[in-house]
Design a protein around this ligand. Sequence first.
Ligand SMILES: [Zn+2]
Ligand SMILES: [Zn+2]
Length: 87
Amino acid sequence: MQKNKPVVKKKTISAKQTQRHVHEFEGSTKLAEAGADRHNHRFAGVTGQAIRVGRSHVHEIDLTKTDFVNHFHNLRRIRTGPAIPVG
Ligand SMILES: [Zn+2]
Ligand SMILES: [Zn+2]
């Protein structure tokens, strides 16, 4: 019998936990139109909660507005790809 048991910290996520993780995101649109009207927009927000898809998960962004110059655009119903491991 080993007297001094190694301390193992377990990170367990309760199955009852309904709150799933989200991501913050930001970016900018590509330049649109030509000439004087050429412009782009920046946007930022928080994704929806993780949605299980097979062994991975995706997120949806229901609605985000871009910043505005003299107008703005809506980003609607965007679905991310599955998680990409980065270590
Ligand atoms: Zn995620
Ligand atoms: Zn625009």
